[in-house]
Design a binder for this molecule. Structure first.
Ligand SMILES: [Zn+2]
Length: 269
C-alpha cells in the first residue's frame, strides 16, 4: 500500500486580492499540485467578505472568513456595519472572524489623528470579538506594534473564543503567553528568511498543536520565491523549512499542522 501524504492547508491567503483576479484558478491548481489542497481566506472589509463567499461557492476547498481588517477599519462607521457583518458571518461555511486586530505601524488615514485612529480600531475590534464569541467562531488576529493593547483587548474573551495570532514573529515566551490563554500562532514565509533567528527558534520549540502554517499571499513569499507574488503553493516551501528546523518529516509536520487547522477552523471538507 502506498503511504498517504498528509495534505497542507494554507491558513491565511488573501485570495480576493486584485493580484489574483486574472489567474486564481491556475493559482489554486498549482497549490493542489504542490500538496496544498485547502485554503483559508481572511477578509479585509464587508465587500471582501462578500467576494470571498462568492469564491468559496465556486471552489469547495476555499474557506471564506468574515471581518474588517484594522487597516481598513475606516471603511466602517456608525452602528449598522456590525449587523451587515453579522449577516455575512452567519452564512454557511464561514471559517472564522478575521482578519481583525490593531495596527499601530501604518499612518492613520485621512480624518483621523493617532489617538482617534487607535480608538476607532479598538472599537471595531471589540465589536468583532463579541460577534465571534456570540457566533461560536474563532478569530484571526493581526497585530503590528500593538501587541500589549491587543492582549489587553482579547483577555476578557478567554474561554469564549480562540484566536490565531497570524504572521507570528515573536519569541517563545511571547507565544507561550498566548497559548496559556488558549490561542494559537501561525508562521508565514518570514520564518524562512535568513534574518529571522528569533522566529526560527520559536518555530523549533513550540509543541505540535500550538501553531499552523500560512502564506499571507500575495505578500511575504518564502525563500526561494522571496520578492515575488506569494501564492498558496509556497506553503509547501515553508513546511519543508520548518520541518527541517524541528527535525521532523514534512509528513509529520503536515499531519499535525493540518489537524490543528481543521480543529481551529472546523473544516469538514
Ligand atoms: Zn493578512
Amino acid at each position: 500500500m502506498l503511504p498517504t501524504t498528509p495534505m497542507l492547508i494554507d491558513t491565511h491567503a488573501h485570495l480576493d486580492h486584485r493580484h489574483f483576479a486574472a489567474d486564481l484558478d491556475q493559482v489554486l491548481a498549482r497549490a493542489t499540485d504542490a500538496g496544498v489542497t485547502r485554503w483559508v481566506a481572511p477578509a479585509c472589509d464587508l465587500e471582501s467578505t462578500r467576494q470571498l463567499l462568492e469564491l468559496a461557492a465556486r471552489h469547495p476547498h476555499l474557506h471564506a472568513c468574515a471581518g474588517i481588517h484594522p487597516c481598513d477599519s475606516h471603511s466602517v462607521s456608525g452602528d449598522d456595519w456590525i449587523n451587515k457583518l453579522l449577516a455575512l458571518a452567519t452564512r454557511p461555511g464561514i471559517a472564522a472572524v478575521g482578519e481583525i486586530g490593531l495596527d499601530y505601524y501604518h499612518q492613520p488615514p485621512e480624518g483621523f489623528d493617532n489617538a482617534s485612529w487607535r480608538a476607532h480600531q479598538a472599537h471595531v475590534l471589540r465589536l468583532q470579538l463579541e460577534l465571534a464569541a456570540t457566533l461560536g467562531l474563532n478569530a484571526i488576529i493581526h497585530t503590528r506594534e500593538s501587541h500589549e493593547d491587543l492582549v489587553r483587548q482579547i483577555a476578557p474573551f478567554t474561554g469564549r473564543l480562540r484566536a490565531v495570532f497570524h504572521c507570528f514573529t515573536g519569541t517563545e515566551p511571547q507565544a507561550q503567553e498566548l497559548l496559556d490563554m488558549g490561542h494559537l500562532v501561525s508562521f508565514t514565509g518570514i520564518v524562512t528568511f535568513k534574518n529571522s533567528p528569533i522566529i526560527q527558534a520559536t518555530a523549533r520549540s513550540l509543541p505540535a498543536g500550538a501553531f499552523m502554517l500560512e502564506t499571507d499571499s500575495p505578500y511575504l513569499a518564502p525563500v526561494p520565491h522571496r520578492g515575488k507574488r506569494c501564492e498558496p503553493a509556497y506553503v509547501a516551501d515553508t513546511a519543508r523549512f520548518v520541518a527541517e528546523l524541528r527535525g521532523e518529516s514534512v509528513e509529520e509536520l503536515a499531519a499535525h499542522t493540518s489537524r490543528t487547522a481543521e480543529g481551529f477552523f472546523r473544516l469538514t471538507r
